[in-house]
Design a protein around this ligand. Structure first.
Ligand code: ATP
Length: 362
């Protein structure tokens, strides 16, 4: 049974009359890695700052382990924050930067040494304790900032885009490390990002936000494979939306007509009527590019091809103007990979991988 650690209830926040958070409810479980994901300006940072106590809500409440924190000062909340632009003390060694908070608490010297060494080992900086921040790489500096935030063993760690200043490769490495660290520490992490790949790969659960309201809350697979609406489908990964019409519904099996192709699938908890128009979502990796002579599929023309190393991505235009994105594993023995721009092809997809959304699910 999952225990709720932080509970946000009916939270609203306005800045100069503009609503930034709108009656938001969210329960965060003890020990989970939860990510707030959404486009710029959707309210991610504001939500984090409310949790930290740097901002106060206009309405609603925040409780942590049953204790009301809504009006508690930031320094009295059992949590810590790591920002994108962390400020390490430049004149202090790595050890002293991490030890700072414990020294302020007047902890015994031996306890401080032990706890700092333990945390530095966890972030793999045990050999860098005597260095100054300027003698470290960006990734190492970020690890010091994280060590400094966790050494006081907060119940909750809030991380506001902590990796976005790092280059691509380092960012990928740090994502894995941060996830491992969170598992080892057992501290609840609330992580903010606008990078959907980062959110999917690191989180136990993802909160998709738009204009200060939760669009979907679920595991990475739920959010990617079963998006609640068109916004989530578009924001989390690339998607094809095909127009579909319900042909028949029988014992929970739905037969849909998509470009004249009939597909039968099951989608629990989704009620449709015969003749209903809907959106059929297919991810680019579900699409198959076939020979034009193939009996299956819809005719189209290749207008773009991008070799990505492990995949070959194509854009195909169908006769009615629909643009189809396809991403296939690269296999040079497959003749389909020799297609050139402008060549006719057929487009099909993996049967049963369609995800249906009502037309109005904007
Ligand atoms: P980003 O990904 O760009 O950081 P975000 O999702 O974190 O965006 P917020 O920083 O929470 O978004 O901002 C949400 C909205 O609130 C924006 O329109 C922003 O301009 C506005 N806002 C945030 N803080 C303030 C403030 N102190 N005063 C006025 N407006 C603010």
């Amino acid at each position: 049974m999952k225990q709720t650690l932080l509970s946000l209830s009916n939270l609203s926040k306005q800045f100069s009359g503009k609503t930034v958070l709108d009656r938001l409810d969210l329960d965060i479980y003890d020990g989970e890695f939860i990510t707030l994901l959404g486009p710029s300006g959707c309210g991610k940072t504001t939500l984090l700052r409310l949790m930290a106590g740097f901002e106060h809500p206009d309405h609603g409440s925040i409780t942590l382990a049953g204790q009301d924190l809504t009006h508690t000062a930031p320094e009295n909340r059992p949590l810590n924050t790591v920002f994108q632009h962390y400020a390490l003390f430049p004149h202090m060694s790595v050890f002293d930067n991490v030890a700072y908070g414990l020294k302020m608490e007047k902890r015994p010297k031996e306890e401080i040494r032990q706890r700092v060494e333990d945390v530095l080992t966890m972030v793999q900086l045990q050999d860098f304790a005597r260095r100054k921040p300027h003698q470290l790489s960006g990734g190492q500096q970020q690890r010091v900032a994280i060590a400094r935030a966790v050494v006081k063993r907060p119940r909750l760690l809030l991380l506001d885009e902590p990796l976005s200043a790092l280059d691509y490769k380092l960012r990928r490495t740090m994502q894995v490390e941060l996830k491992r660290l969170q598992r080892e520490l057992g501290i609840t992490f609330v992580f903010v990002t606008h990078d959907q790949e980062e959110a999917l790969s690191m989180s136990d659960r993802v909160v998709v936000l738009r204009d200060g309201a939760v669009q979907q809350l679920g595991t990475p697979r739920e959010v990617y494979e079963r998006p609640a609406n068109l916004f989530t489908a578009r924001f989390v990964g690339e998607t094809n939306f095909f127009p579909g019409t319900v042909e028949s519904v029988h014992d929970g099996s739905i037969t849909v007509d998509v470009f004249g192709l009939k597909r039968t699938l099951r989608q629990p908890d989704f009620t449709v009527l015969e003749g209903q128009k809907l959106h059929v979502l297919l991810r680019p990796e579900d699409i198959r590019v076939l020979d034009p002579a193939d009996e299956q599929g819809v005719a189209g023309k290749i207008v773009e091809r991008n070799y990505k190393g492990s995949t070959l991505d194509s854009v195909i235009h169908l006769a009615d103007g629909t643009e189809v994105l396809a991403s296939e594993f690269f296999d040079e023995d497959d003749p389909a990979f020799d297609y050139r721009l402008g060549e006719p092809v057929k487009v099909s997809w993996v049967d049963g991988w369609e995800w249906l959304l009502p037309e109005e699910a904007g």
